[in-house]
Structure formats: structure tokens, C-alpha cells
Ligand binder design. Structure first.
Ligand SMILES: [Zn+2]
Ligand SMILES: [Zn+2]
Ligand SMILES: [Zn+2]
Ligand SMILES: [Zn+2]
Length: 290
């Protein structure tokens, strides 16, 4: 599909160049400067391709957190690696950056497809620096990462790389993401690459239920969550939910208790003031009829 659009853009650019040449000959009969002609052709190809692939509803990334990787001669995988180094240097002390850079010694970067390379890189990173989980985003895929490294317990930072026009060899652009949690919202809101939700800092309960970094009980979010099961049985009579960890129980009373309830009839747990959500209790309806 993208390859097709790229070819189409090239054909259109050629057509336009020959039109331009006819116009030029009306005022200037000398031979054309080949450098200028080639530059114009390349620029037209790129513009036409962009024009054909753009749409207004596309989820645009927050440019404030993107740093372009401009080394033209590098292969795609090497640019991606460089972008991860850029992302890393914005969150971390120097030692980690050195050990991350050293990972490249053991990986033959250009022998892999992009995704296989990322998998190998994540594996190597898990063995040495241990803290970093890798994410690759693409303008072809909205907010959903095209790659996310398998999660391990020692991860503490999300490292992101953003790619534009991934499938077009000549027009691909690679960016280091300096802050993944701000990739899709410039201000106020936080982006969670795990469940692809955006939420305000104080409302971590707004993560999707499936988010692996959200505690389903106290609704706290982060690398230290979900809370561990301490085999306790603490019932909260206000929200009708059972907690298995004392700290989790205490934490939930601060915010989650008044927002997240468990229905006493059908046991569904739900967020009260989530827009558009109304708990329709099937069990409750049938007991009413009796
Ligand atoms: Zn989440
Ligand atoms: Zn908890
Ligand atoms: Zn409660
Ligand atoms: Zn119910």
C-alpha cells in the first residue's frame, strides 16, 4: 500500500517536472541545471507522498519530546539504535548510556529485520542495564506502539523511538523520544504506552483495566504496582471491595474508594464518574422484579 503510494508520488512528480520544463523553455532556452532539476524532483516526490498519506484525524505526536536523528548515511536499524541512545541520555546517568552503547558490540545490527533487531536489543538490555523497556512508535499506527519489549520486573523507564514513513526507504524519519509519557499530550495529561490511555496525573484509575502497571485494587500506577498479594482479607464497606495488602487498602481510601466501586449484586468493579459509563446491573434488575 505505502510502496504503491510512493511509486504514485514519483510518477506524479515526474509529470510535474516535465510540465515545469516546458514552462521554463518559454523563458529560458539554455540547458537545465541538473542539480536543481534533481533537487526539485526529490522535493516534489516527498511532498506528494506526504500529501497522499496525510489526514487530519491522524494522531500527531508532541513535537516537544522528539529529537530527529539526522545521520543520513546510517542504516535504519542503526538510526533506531542511535535514537534509543538519545532517549536514554535524556533520562539517565552516564554509566548506563555507556553500557547501553556497548550492547551493539554483540549484535550484528544490519543482519536483522527491524523488529528482530529490537527484540535482540531488548534481550541484551535486560541482561546488562535491566532498567529500560523499549517502545517503537510509528505514524502509521497512531498511539499503539509497533514494538514493545517484554516486560520484566526490574524495568523502571520507558525508552521510546518515533518513526515517520517507516515503509518508505527514502522518506523515513527517525526520532528519539525524550519523554514517552508526554508523547501524545503536550500538557497536563500522561500517556501510558502499556494500555495506550491518556489520563491526568491524579487519576491513575483511568488506565484501562488491562494495564499491567495499574493496581486493580488501589488504582495506583507505576513500576511498583500492582501491589503484592499479602494474603490478607480486608473488606472496605464503602466500596464493597476486598484487599489483600494493607498498604493497598490504605492507599485506596485516599482516592480510589470514592471512584471505584464493586457492585454488591453482580460483583462488577467499575469507575463511577467515567464519562459515558453507567453500570447496568442485570442481577439487580431481576431481583427487583421479584
Ligand atoms: Zn496504563
Ligand atoms: Zn494496590
Ligand atoms: Zn473502599
Ligand atoms: Zn451490578
Amino acid at each position: 500500500m505505502t510502496q504503491d503510494l510512493e511509486n504514485r508520488s514519483k510518477a506524479l512528480a515526474k509529470e510535474w517536472i516535465s510540465k515545469l520544463e516546458k514552462e521554463r523553455l518559454k523563458v529560458n532556452s539554455g540547458p537545465v541545471d541538473e542539480f536543481v532539476a534533481n533537487q526539485t524532483l526529490t522535493m516534489l516526490e516527498q511532498l506528494f507522498f506526504r500529501y497522499m498519506t496525510t489526514n487530519q484525524t491522524q494522531e500527531l505526536p508532541n513535537n516537544e519530546v522528539l529529537i530527529p536523528i539526522t545521520h543520513e548515511v546510517l542504516s535504519f536499524n542503526k538510526k533506531i539504535f542511535l535514537a534509543f541512545c538519545g532517549a536514554l541520555s535524556s533520562v539517565t546517568p552516564k554509566e548506563d548510556l555507556t553500557s547501553f552503547t556497548n550492547l551493539l558490540d554483540d549484535i550484528d545490527v544490519d543482519s536483522f529485520s527491524c523488529l528482530a533487531f529490537l527484540e535482540a536489543l531488548q534481550k541484551a538490555a535486560n541482561l546488562s542495564c535491566k532498567k529500560y523497556r523499549l517502545f517503537l512508535f510509528s505514524n502509521n499506527n497512531g498511539r499503539i506502539p509497533v514494538f514493545k519489549g517484554d516486560r520484566i520486573a526490574s524495568h523502571r523507564f520507558a525508552l521510546g523511538v518515533y518513526v515517520k514513513n517507516q515503509f518508505s526507504q527514502h522518506m523515513v524519519e527517525v526520532y528519539a523520544v525524550t519523554n514517552v509519557s508526554r508523547l501524545f499530550h503536550p500538557k497536563n495529561k500522561t500517556f501510558c504506552p502499556d494500555c495506550v490511555a491518556c489520563f491526568c496525573k491524579s487519576s491513575a484509575y483511568a488506565h484501562r483495566k488491562t494495564c499491567p502497571l495499574r493496581c486493580p485494587n488501589c488504582c495506583k500506577y507505576g513500576y511498583d504496582y500492582p501491589c503484592a498479594d499479602e494474603k490478607k482479607h480486608l473488606l472496605c464497606i464503602d466500596c464493597n471491595r476486598v484487599f489483600n495488602n494493607l498498604q493497598c487498602f490504605k492507599t485506596h481510601q485516599m482516592i480510589a474508594c470514592e471512584k471505584v466501586k464493586c457492585c454488591p449484586n453482580c460483583n462488577e468493579t467499575y469507575v463511577i464518574r467515567r464519562p459515558k459509563y453507567v453500570h447496568k446491573c442485570l442481577v439487580h434488575v431481576t431481583t427487583n422484579k421479584k
